[in-house]
Design a protein around this ligand. Sequence first.
Ligand SMILES: [Zn+2]
Length: 346
Amino acid sequence: MKKKLLTVTLAGAMAFGGSLIGSTSAGAVGNGPNYGGNESLQNSILTTHAEMVSFLKTQDAKQPDMELEKIGESVKGRDLFLVKYIKNPKNPTILFVTQQHGNEALNTEGALQFIKEMGSGKMKGILDGVNILIVPRLNPDGAAGDVNFSLDDYVGDGDYHLTRYNANHVDLNRDHVDRTQPETQALHNNVLGKYPIDYMIDLHHQGAQSERDGELVSGSILYPTNANVAPDVLQKSKQLGAVIFDTIESKGWGHLGKYIGGDAPTISRNGLALEYGISTVLFEVRGMADHYYEPYALGQKGNGYLIKQAEITMEATSKAISDGSILKKDVSFWDTLAEQNTRETE
Ligand SMILES: [Zn+2]
């Protein structure tokens, strides 16, 4: 649990040479590298808040269908953003939320890639059938390690650390009922309470040692498990999960388990389904960018495919809603999908 002296051994990650914006090459295999105490976790390759703001403003200026809205500020005064693609308010709407936990960083990189892709020909016509909302990096203070508590034991390298909690040491994904923090208030007041949202994927990172059927997973998924969630909301959540499962499992590096999660409404997966009738899926992607507990951290060689995993998840689910195919999705795989277990570590 102590911070180790780290050796920089990898050429691959250094080749990124700066923020991850613009580099999404997949290629690593599913059993991507561990952190294991001997690989560098260079936070300098992640997109900083300033870089993200600049990227979003550039895309906003470039993309006629995109609208960038400030929805609030973090504890430390960083702007929080909503990226909107709304062509026809009558169409179904999906919301993607990333980085409620600041040290769970790569899904934000994937979201930025997806936003870039939305401005390309590849996604042409998709907005005829779906509205897309994206809240990238709900916890920018945790992502910058700009917090009111010590991060001395964290293993990442660089000028700063990344932490799960917001600056007030609050877990934002346990704050969806009380909403004591400006970040959760911004999400509820200016996004969830304002738009008729049908689907939501909450993107996180889990530890690096989870496996299913003896193989380390690239991620795990789960629908709302609170008993009071309406049956149709649950069914559509399971269909949303089916799109993710089929998309990721079809990739050579993709391997998903069923996440084991609680039923508390303070968690967005449950709370948003209960309060707003939104069909939700929690997607826990493998390995964190920084942590004090080493088996949670993941080496950087897996970054490419993990970023790609988030990007294609957003792409595939948006398409399946747009063309209506999501409503025909069979959900029976959930009955046989094994819950992940944790591989023993030294
Ligand atoms: Zn998380």
